[in-house]
Structures are given as structure tokens and as C-alpha cells.
Write a protein that binds this ligand. Structure first.
Ligand code: NAG
Length: 237
């Protein structure tokens, strides 16, 4: 279970777009003062809508021991609907997915009025390049999440759900809850490509960074397919 992270809200002052988890999911939990955020890069909302988003994360080693819960994710939402969020997870005991000390668990997850829904989970080592793909299916409403080990092509997790076509924001998150042990290594997100339904010439202007995160190579040839060559998220101090 990931109940502890359900009420977390990205601080709007530092983010271009809030990829929040609906508060209705955990009515008894209040935002823990010890909850905190590492670096993040986000884009949105677009004047159009997102139809596909893909990135490749190299997460770096997970903390060798964990005192709370720590999550790395690219998230996608429109601010009121479902939150699509394949997540690398560090819990005090990560053996539930078969991970060893210093490894992450990954699973494709969805947050919404129904609570949390998850795909299968797999262990991820710190040096593994993991492609995380969110793709609107041909029915125009179902989003398929797929996480793949790039070097072997092995599927690590997947999940599909009809969340509607109106996804307008995308961003990374480093989420530290319940007094977590923070990240001990940097993360890189490479070749992030966000495809819009229609051209939006101002989408690039919505990019925002926080907590020392940096990006390079933001470009679009047609204002419809937007690429961010690299995103670097420093280890939490
Ligand atoms: C977000 O998506 C849901 C599901 O498609 C939709 O009902 C809602 O109106 C959207 N919200 C915004 C702000 O676009």
C-alpha cells in the first residue's frame, strides 16, 4: 500500500503544474509536516492535450535503508481527473517486489476517485535505464502505462485505465513522506518526449524547475512534439 502518499500536493509556488493526488483518497490523513519534495521539472497545462509521453529514467541507487517512504515518478494529470503515475518506490522493506537493499520497486499506478490502482511490480537497480511510456489508446480514452528495462526489453510493469482524453500536465516528482530517507543519488530522465494533440507554441514556456533540478535541450520542431533531452535531479541533501 502507498496510502501515506495520497494527500501529497506539489507546492504550487515552485511548480508550473500541480500533479497532485486527490485528497479524497485518504480522508483521515493530513499532510505530514515531515513530507518533503526533492527536485522536479514539470510542464503544463497545455492549451491542447497530451496524447503520449515517454521518458527514460536512470534512478541511481535507492537508499540502502529506508525510514519512511520515498517515490520517484513522472506524473501526468489535468489537475482534477486521474493521475497517471508509474512510480519507483523505496519502502523500509522493499522485498514485496523482490528488490534487494539499494534497489527500487517499480509499478504503474493510477490515482483517482476510486483510490489507487496498480499494475504488477518489479525490482529496479540503480543503474537500470527504465523507459516509462504513457500512451492514449485508439479508443481515445484509455491510457496505457508501460515500464520497460531498456537494455533487455523486459516489461517491468503495465497498467491500463480509461481516464479520459484530457491530460494537460506532465512532470517529474521526488516525493519524500513520513520522514523518509532521501535520495542518495541523482536521477536522470533522458529523451523525454511529450506529444500533443494539436500544436501549442507556448507549451515550452510552461516549464518549471524546483529544488536544484535542471534540464537541457527543450525543443519542438512543430510545437506539437516536445522533447527535453535531459533532466537532472540532484540527490536530496
Ligand atoms: C480532467 O479529465 C476528466 C476526465 O476526462 C474530465 O472529466 C475533467 O473535466 C478534466 N478536467 C480539466 C480541468 O480539464
Amino acid at each position: 500500500m502507498r496510502a501515506g502518499l495520497l494527500l501529497a500536493i506539489l507546492p504550487s509556488a515552485v511548480m508550473g503544474f500541480n500533479l497532485f493526488r486527490p485528497a479524497t483518497l485518504a480522508p483521515t490523513k493530513t499532510l505530514d509536516r515531515r513530507d518533503s519534495w526533492g527536485g522536479a521539472v514539470s510542464l503544463g497545462p497545455t492549451k491542447s492535450r497530451i496524447t503520449k509521453a515517454v521518458t527514460t529514467i536512470i534512478p541511481g541507487d535507492a537508499p540502502p535503508s529506508q525510514s519512511g517512504d520515498l517515490f520517484l515518478w513522472p506524473g501526468m494529470s489535468n489537475g482534477t481527473g486521474d493521475l497517471v503515475q508509474t512510480t519507483l518506490e523505496s519502502w523500509p522493506d522493499n522485498s514485496w517486489c523482490g528488490a534487494s537493499s539499494g534497489e527500487w520497486c517499480i509499478r504503474c499506478s493510477l490515482f483517482g476517485s476510486f483510490g489507487q490502482l496498480d499494475g504488477d511490480a518489479s525490482p529496479v537497480s540503480g543503474d537500470m535505464a527504465v523507459e516509462i511510456l504513457y500512451e492514449l489508446q485508439s479508443d481515445g480514452t484509455t491510457w496505457k502505462q508501460t515500464a520497460t528495462d531498456v537494455s533487455t526489453g523486459k516489461q517491468l510493469s503495465s497498467f491500463s485505465h480509461a481516464s479520459g482524453p484530457y491530460m494537460t500536465g506532465y512532470g517529474t516528482g521526488t516525493e519524500c513522506n513520513d520522514g523518509c530517507t532521501g535520495t542518495v543519488a541523482a536521477q536522470t530522465y533522458t529523451d523525454t518526449v511529450i506529444t500533443l494533440h494539436e500544436a501549442d507554441s507556448s507549451f515550452g514556456d510552461t516549464i518549471a524547475t524546483s529544488q536544484g533540478a535542471t534540464y537541457s535541450g527543450l525543443s519542438s520542431a512543430d510545437n506539437k512534439i516536445w522533447t527535453i533531452k535531459t533532466i537532472n535531479i540532484p540527490a536530496m541533501k
